[in-house]
Design a protein. Structure first.
Length: 270
C-alpha cells in the first residue's frame, strides 16, 4: 500500500486536533480512574528479589526457588504476598537499625501490619490444605518461623533483653508446624519444582575441630550426669546432640541462611 501526500495539506492546528481526538478515545476506554502505585510495596518486592530471599537458601538450587517460584506463588496467594512484604520490611528494619537510619520504626510497623494480615488469611486456609495451596502454605509457614526468630533478636532499645528460652521453644514449635503443612500433600510437593527444598543431603563441608570437640564434650557431660543421677533420662539429650551434629554441615555451608533444616524434614525421608 502506498500512502500519497494530500494535495491540500492540513494545518498544524488540524493535526493537533486529530491527535487529541485519538487520545480522548483511548482515555475513554476502560476505567475512568487512574491506577495508583504503592511505591513502598514495590520497594519491598525489590528487596525480596535482591536480598531477603537469600536468607532462606541452603545452596544455589534452593536460592532460585525462593527468589522467583515462591514469589510467583504469592501472586495467587495474598497471604504469602503479605508474608513476603512483612519479612522484607523486617529485613530493612534491621538494616536501618544497623545504619542508625530514621526509617527503622516505619519498617517495623510495616512488617507487623503485613504479618498480622497474612496470619489472619493463612489461618483461614489451614484446615483445607490441598495441592492447590500447599506450596504457598508451606512457603508462608517458613516465613513465619523466620519472622518469629528475627523478632527475638536485639533490634533496638525495646528489645534490650534479647532472645529468651521460651521464644526459642516457640520457634522450634513453629518449625515443626511447617512439617505438618508439608505432610498434608507431601508426595505432591516433593515431586514439584519445590522438591529441592526438602533434599536434606548433607553438603560436603568441613566442620571446624572446635565444634566437633564441643559435641563430644556434650555427649560426655550427658553420660556423666546419667552415671551420677540414674533418674536422668539421657536418651532425649543423645538424640538432640546427634541432631545438632547432623545439622552442623548446613550451618557452615551457608552461614547466612536462616533455614531450620530439621524443622521441615519429613520423617519418611529420614
Amino acid at each position: 500500500m502506498v500512502f500519497r501526500r494530500s494535495h491540500q495539506p492540513e494545518s498544524a492546528g488540524s493535526d493537533i486536533s486529530s491527535v487529541q481526538n485519538h487520545l480522548d478515545i483511548v482515555s475513554s476506554i476502560g476505567s475512568s480512574t487512574s491506577p495508583s502505585l504503592d511505591m513502598k510495596q514495590l520497594e519491598l518486592v525489590l528487596q525480596w528479589i535482591k536480598h531477603t530471599h537469600r536468607l532462606f537458601a541452603r545452596n544455589e538450587e534452593t536460592r532460585k526457588i525462593w527468589e522467583m517460584p515462591v514469589l510467583q506463588e504469592a501472586l495467587q496467594a495474598p497471604f504469602l504476598m503479605h508474608g513476603i512484604l512483612a519479612i522484607s520490611a523486617l529485613h530493612l528494619s534491621v538494616i536501618s537499625h544497623l545504619n542508625a537510619d530514621d526509617s527503622y520504626s516505619e519498617w517495623v510497623n510495616t512488617a507487623i501490619a503485613h504479618k498480622n494480615t497474612a496470619l489472619s488469611m493463612f489461618s483461614e486456609q489451614l484446615p483445607n490444605i490441598s495441592q492447590a495451596n500447599v506450596k504457598p502454605m508451606m512457603s508462608f509457614a517458613s516465613l513465619a518461623v523466620v519472622f518469629s526468630f528475627a523478632t527475638t533478636q536485639n533490634l533496638g532499645p525495646s528489645q534490650r533483653e534479647g532472645p529468651s528460652l521460651d521464644a526459642l521453644i516457640d520457634i522450634f514449635t513453629l518449625s515443626r508446624g511447617v512439617q505438618q503443612v508439608v505432610s498434608a500433600e507431601a508426595e505432591f510437593i516433593f515431586a514439584s519444582n519445590f522438591g529441592p527444598l526438602f533434599d536434606m543431603k548433607a553438603p560436603d563441608t568441613q566442620i571446624p575441630t572446635e565444634f566437633q570437640d564441643a559435641f563430644e564434650r556434650l555427649e560426655e557431660l550427658n553420660l556423666d550426669y546419667y552415671r551420677r543421677s540414674p533418674g536422668h533420662d539421657m536418651v532425649p539429650y543423645q538424640k538432640a546432640i546427634a541432631f545438632m551434629r547432623q545439622l552442623a554441615p548446613f550451618t557452615f555451608a551457608e552461614p547466612m541462611s536462616l533455614t531450620l533444616a530439621g524443622g521441615v524434614r519429613d520423617p519418611g525421608r529420614g
